[in-house]
Design a protein around this ligand. Structure first.
Ligand code: PAF
Length: 310
């Protein structure tokens, strides 16, 4: 079936209800994006299509999560190509609203606060970014609620279909690990009736994590940027071998690349994102962790991460 485009919340709800009703659907997946889609987004869409009867993707460049008007203007808008990519993955419905549809009264007075979890790592260099991202994710999760809707008596618990309501799942990339951790916390702390599914990072053959920002790298910068995934791989190999992670030597590898200005590189608890200092040096690595890295490569800020497990 050809993909349907909705630009208003009313259209999204009508079309979503029609699709769920016509296919006797019992589950609905939502894939929130800002467009400029690549193979990483395609993987989110495919996961959603595999696990749900009806899949909605949103394309909305959210002004609230950009610190700087130049960055917002510069963000690539590629709607036709995005629609083609989503259609190829089997997405049923795309919600691509104008800014006035999402923020009819201008910037909202009340927003989601990302708290301590949103102030560290990416939040430290992009103040307000996660509050803006969580605010729009909250709105998108509400817009995308499956058509059977919310019973008058209140919201069902997260996850699988119950009481005749379709199951509701939303898909986020593990590439944006802090965003994923924050969305999970928001949904748990504020009882949103949705299951959050994290989808593994997609990489180019040479290891570079796919990102809409990679298009701004020169050939030389792209080559230099490979040091990020190499350093993460070093940590993964040590974790798999149950050796001390020796984060200092992995950091030195990144710092030896002149085109790369390291912002942070640390090993953290996957849920709280607090550093796990004891695992980084002499002690053999045990347990579950997340290695987080961010650096500027030429003019482009890149982030990457690797789940560590032993
Ligand atoms: O990850 C993104 O593309 C955005 O932060 C999101 C989740 C679509 C919210 O604008």
């Amino acid at each position: 079936m050809p993909i349907t485009l909705a630009t208003t919340v009313a259209e999204l709800r009508t079309e979503g209800a029609r699709l769920l009703g016509s296919g006797q659907g019992t589950s609905q997946g939502l894939v929130p994006t800002m467009g400029a889609l690549h193979e990483g987004h395609a993987a989110l869409a495919r996961a959603a299509v595999e696990q749900n009867d009806v899949v909605v993707a949103s394309i909305f460049v959210n002004p609230l999560q950009f610190g700087d008007a130049v960055d917002l203007d510069r963000y690539p808008r590629t709607l036709d190509a995005d629609l083609a990519l989503l259609e190829d993955q089997g997405v049923d419905l795309v919600f691509a609203p104008p800014v006035e549809e999402v923020y009819p009264g201008g910037e909202p007075l009340v927003r989601i606060t990302s708290g301590r979890l949103g102030e560290k790592w990416e939040g430290a260099s992009r103040p307000g970014h996660f509050d803006g991202a969580l605010t729009v994710v909250a709105k998108l999760l509400h817009y995308g609620l499956p058509a059977a809707g919310v019973p008058a008596a209140g919201l069902p618990a997260a996850g699988a279909a119950q009481g005749g309501l379709p199951a509701y799942r939303a898909y986020f990339g593990q590439k944006d690990a802090q965003q994923l951790a924050l969305v999970r916390r928001m949904v748990a702390d504020l009882n949103f009736p949705v299951e959050i599914v994290g989808v593994p990072t997609v990489r180019a053959v040479d290891g570079l994590a796919l990102s809409s920002r990679n298009r701004f790298l020169s050939d030389e910068e792209r080559e230099a940027a490979l040091v990020l995934s190499r350093a993460l791989r070093l940590l993964e190999e040590r974790a798999n071998a149950r050796e001390p992670l020796d984060l200092d030597s992995a950091r030195a590898l990144v710092e030896s690349q002149p085109l790369v200005a390291l912002d942070y590189f640390d090993v953290v608890d996957p849920e709280t994102l607090e550093p796990l200092a004891e695992n980084c040096r002499e002690t053999p690595f045990r347990g579950e962790a997340l290695a987080l890295i961010a650096a500027k490569v030429g003019p482009v800020r890149l982030i990457d991460n690797a789940p560590l497990s032993s």
